[in-house]
Structure formats: C-alpha cells, structure tokens
Design a protein around this ligand. Sequence first.
Ligand SMILES: C[S@@+](CC[C@H](N)C(=O)[O-])C[C@H]1O[C@@H](n2cnc3c(N)ncnc32)[C@H](O)[C@@H]1O
Length: 207
Amino acid sequence: MIRRPLTLAYARWHARRPHVHDIHGLAILVNPWVFDPVLTKVGAWLAGVAPTLSRPNECWLELGAGSGVVACALARAGARVVATDIDAQACRNVRMNAALNELVVDVRQGDLFAPVEGERFDGIVANLPFWPGDQQAPIGHAFSAGRDFELLRRFVAEAPTFAPRAYLALSERFGAFSQARAALGPSARLERRARHRGEWLDLFAVD
Ligand SMILES: C[S@@+](CC[C@H](N)C(=O)[O-])C[C@H]1O[C@@H](n2cnc3c(N)ncnc32)[C@H](O)[C@@H]1O
C-alpha cells in the first residue's frame, strides 16, 4: 500500500526539526533534512539487527547512512565501519553521531559504491530510499530510488563485487514496497522480519 501524501507531508514537517533519539542506547542526533531513523521504524530496527550479522573486527559498509545510527551500532559492536551517503549533510551528521557516541566510523560522501571503489568488506547493510521517482524529489535524496528503482537494482548488481554478504531493509508500509521488492529480483531472500505497530520490517539478503 502506498500512503504517499500523508507520509510526505509528515516527512517534510519532520525533516525541518532537529531531533535527538535514544536508539538501542545510542544518542542519535538527527539534523534538519537528514532522514530520521524513527520516521519509519526501519533505521532503528536495522541498528538492532546489523550487529547480530557482524562479528568483532569485521569490516562493514553501510550505504546511505543518513544519521549514522546503523553505522554507529555496528561500530559499537566492534566492527570497523565505512559509512557512505550521497548527501553532504548526512555525512556530517554521521560524523557528529560517531563523535557523540565516542565511536570510529570512516565516513565518505558519494553515490552508492563510488566512494569505496576497489575495496572489499565482510558485509554490507543498507536502508536505501524505496519511493519511485527522481533522485531530487520530493525531499531530497532520502526518499527516491529512481523512476524504475534503479538505485535498488544497482545495489543488487554491484554488491557482490564488494562483499560476500549484503542486506537491504524495506518497510512493507512505506514507500512502494511491492515494486521495490520486485526490483531486488527473485534471488533476494527474506533474512529477518519484524513487526512494529502494524509496520512489517523486512531484511533481504541479496548476496
Ligand atoms: C531511507 S534513508 C536511511 C538512512 C539510514 N541508513 C537509516 O536507516 O536511518 C536513505 C539514505 O540514503 C541516502 N542516499 C540516497 N541515494 C543515495 C545514493 N545514490 N548513494 C548513497 N546514498 C544515497 C540518502 O541521502 C539517505 O540518507
């Protein structure tokens, strides 16, 4: 189901206000126009799940880090973490949250895998936009995956070059879930699933 008008109106209102959340014991500042990990529950949920997928000293990549909640959770669990985002404000926000929580996260700005070209990781996690549409609309990069979900298709196609394990989270309530799921392709398998207040949260393995 697509609840686009209501969600976007709320997202626009929400995005203008800085917030601080306690997420799994991490203090997470969310600056204006950076994606709030509790707007849908995916980011906060993924921050709880990602450390259970990683082992200490492994090297993990988070793509589309936003506020950095998932990258910080991985770093706190002992992983070495590279976090990327196409948005400069998001990258600044990740650095702030890493510092706030006294964690080390290597933050790089750029499009999807471009900032880590030629590198290998033990695993990749991502909560990428899953609205169909242009990258610039409607509130910047956080909400759009391209007209035909090109962002998700690129993630699936390129991830194996960078790591043996890659995971992508989706909410069944927000965005255009069924189209986004289809864009992952038939080989993507459901790795974890949880329900939060009527919102189904899915983690797909795309290795
Ligand atoms: C849904 S938000 C998720 C943020 C965070 N990972 C979380 O779970 O709360 C998606 C993030 O992906 C970033 N993004 C969008 N397109 C991107 C691209 N082509 N390359 C890298 N990051 C991108 C956005 O700027 C945004 O911060």
